[in-house]
Design a protein around this ligand. Structure first.
Ligand SMILES: [Cu+2]
Length: 160
């Protein structure tokens, strides 16, 4: 079979670009531990504040028997509840977040903590924070006129 030399050259270029893309995805997944959040769990957005894990008293960070931390948050127009979360550094943290109203996003800049929060579903993100100090949770999905003011604090404190 005859392949035109110019076509052959472009086949190598495309092959190289595909290898770079797949390689960078594999590097991000394996070395940087970046994975798309993949939890599928439903919740009734009309009643989540009344009882269960997303009732006001149960929100915030709790330490599990194995030393890891679970953070429960509600993202609602136009804030995150609770407004301040404190987690230890270099500890496994599992975020469980839901929304009672519209689509929101939760993002902590310069970390791999980022997810969409869809009403009717519980979003789950597993992460670790290595840098101590204060950071912000920002909403990165346009949710209405107050979207620009939708943020809250994350405090990463020394372990132990
Ligand atoms: Cu928003």
């Amino acid at each position: 079979m005859h392949i035109d030399p110019l076509e052959k050259k472009w086949m190598y270029v495309i092959g190289f670009m595909t290898a770079v893309m797949i390689g960078s995805m594999a590097y991000a997944a394996i070395m940087l531990n970046m994975h798309p959040p993949s939890n599928v769990e439903t919740i009734d957005p009309k009643t989540l504040h009344l009882s269960g894990e997303f009732a006001e008293d149960n929100l915030g960070a709790t330490t599990n028997p194995d030393g890891s931390v679970t953070v429960r948050m509600v993202a609602a127009r136009y804030s995150f509840y609770p407004q301040m979360i404190e987690v230890p550094a270099d500890t496994d943290v599992k975020f469980r977040i839901t929304s009672p109203d519209v689509l929101h996003g939760v993002h902590v800049p310069f970390t791999n903590m980022s997810t969409m929060v869809v009403p009717g579903y519980v979003s789950e993100v597993n992460t670790r924070f290595s840098r101590e100090g204060e950071a912000q949770f920002l909403c990165n999905e346009y949710c209405g006129l107050g979207h620009d003011y939708m943020w809250s604090k994350l405090k990463v404190v020394p372990k132990g």
